[in-house]
Design a protein around this ligand. Structure first.
Ligand SMILES: Cc1cc2nc3c(=O)[nH]c(=O)nc-3n(C[C@H](O)[C@H](O)[C@H](O)COP(=O)(O)OP(=O)(O)OC[C@H]3O[C@@H](n4cnc5c(N)ncnc54)[C@H](O)[C@@H]3O)c2cc1C
Length: 383
């Protein structure tokens, strides 16, 4: 039986995994390197598959989240000059049993943390390494603490130290795009409750606008950049994104101007080569540590919630840890590879090398038309 689990990383994936495992009677605790639980992005879309996974972990999570965000009612597609290309009322709830919920990242993180007892989250614990024996794994932290458990889950993100000790690879792959994100409370006639607007330029630039409730708007901008050169300061990052989107129709410039420079998150878009194996003995991976993908579909956290649900399910069903981890991988690797491949295609990034990792079934599914892909992504989600 798996009784005690150490989860390295207190991001959205690690927190969800701890809740899921504890609901199965497993003593799971989170060890996070940061001194506070810090949100890493301004806003986030939780898609039907992510909400269904969270609901399967504990329906009360979704009940708590829904009033804290904005359920998308209408998707608009516009050109940079403001011309409307398409407006589509959302039908996710009717088709897939859950909406698209847009919300402040910090609210999602706080809500998940609120489902764990305070003593199950250990801040200021940066994983330094681990040692495996036949019947246990000992995790060491830089502060000198050591913890013995049946299983170590690396939920420590795209720069995962756990993954690094299992797989010999370099830094993440830069995907040729920079991103900027921000949240602002701005009254503007074109910003309406429950709207999502995607604006596409002709030069690879994109700008997405999400109502996230409480009068707040989350915006996310992307632009091609041959090198992942960071701005020198918050003020320079703000000026950079203002310059890049100069001349775009309102409310793009208004949103950028109204967002305090210090609140703008500038990030290179990166991913990792998909793996064919996530587990080695008593150690496994989850979330970005297992399958970091470009955010073209906004599926990174959503798939981490699915991982959490499935890991808990298989640890509960299989008394034998090796069998449980084999079932977890069999359930998760093909699905996340498909979402990874689709994200890369939609993000205009195709990796020749990855096609050697993906099976024919994965590639066929990843290339399906939009409706068929959404039916699979949202309709066949683990629940
Ligand atoms: C521009 C952009 C937009 C996105 N939009 C969406 C979206 O709308 N929807 C969506 O689902 N996803 C989205 N994503 C993806 C999403 O951000 C990630 O997939 C998700 O945060 C992964 O969660 P995680 O818990 O696996 O990793 P992380 O959130 O990275 O958490 C990892 C945690 O581990 C901690 N850690 C790291 N190293 C150690 C260590 N050695 N010891 C202990 N702790 C450690 C870190 O401090 C961190 O708290 C977006 C990403 C980007 C870049």
């Amino acid at each position: 039986m798996t009784r005690k689990v150490v989860i390295a990383g207190g991001g959205l994936g690690g927190l969800a995994a701890a809740i899921a495992l504890r609901r199965q009677g497993i003593d799971a605790e989170v060890y996070e390197k940061a001194r506070d639980l810090r949100p890493i992005g301004a806003g986030l879309s939780v898609a039907p598959n992510g909400l269904k996974a969270l609901r399967a972990i504990d329906p009360a999570i979704v009940d708590a989240l829904r009033p804290r965000g904005s359920e998308a009612a209408c998707f608009h597609l516009r050109r940079a000059g403001g011309e409307l290309v398409a407006t589509t009322p959302t039908t996710h709830e009717e088709r897939y049993g859950a909406p698209v919920l847009n919300l402040l990242w910090s609210r999602l993180q706080e809500t998940l943390a609120g489902f764990l007892p305070g003593d199950a989250i250990h801040l200021g614990h940066r994983l330094a390494g681990f040692t495996q024996q036949a019947d246990h794994v000992v995790t060491r932290f830089e502060n000198g603490a050591t913890v013995r458990a049946d299983l170590l889950v690396g939920a420590d993100g795209i720069h995962s130290a756990v993954r690094r000790s299992l797989v010999d690879e370099g830094p993440p792959r830069y995907a040729g795009r920079l991103s900027w994100r921000g949240v602002v409370g701005l009254a503007h006639p074109s910003l309406r409750p429950r709207d999502v607007t995607m604006i596409a330029g002709t030069d690879g630039k994109t700008f997405a606008i999400f109502d996230i409730g409480d009068g707040l708007t989350f915006w996310s901008a992307g632009a091609l950049s041959p090198e992942p050169t960071p701005s020198d300061s918050a003020a320079a990052a703000k000026q950079r994104v203002i310059d890049l989107f100069a001349g775009w129709a309102p409310p793009v410039g208004d949103l950028l101007a109204a967002t305090p420079a210090g609140d703008i998150v500038e990030r290179p878009i990166e991913d990792r080569t998909p793996l064919t194996r996530w587990s080695h003995g008593r150690v496994t991976l989850l979330g970005d540590a297992a399958h970091a993908m470009v955010p073209a579909l906004g599926q990174g956290a959503n798939t981490a919630f699915e991982d959490a649900r499935e890991l808990a399910r298989y640890l509960h069903h299989h008394a034998d840890l090796t069998a449980a981890l084999a079932a977890y991988e069999a359930s998760r690797i093909p699905r996340t590879q498909t979402i990874h491949a689709r994200s890369a295609l939609q993000g205009n990034r195709y990796y020749e090398a990855d096609s050697e990792v993906f099976s024919r079934a994965v590639l066929e599914r990843a290339n399906a038309d939009q409706n068929a892909f959404e039916d699979w992504l949202y309709g066949e989600a683990p629940a």
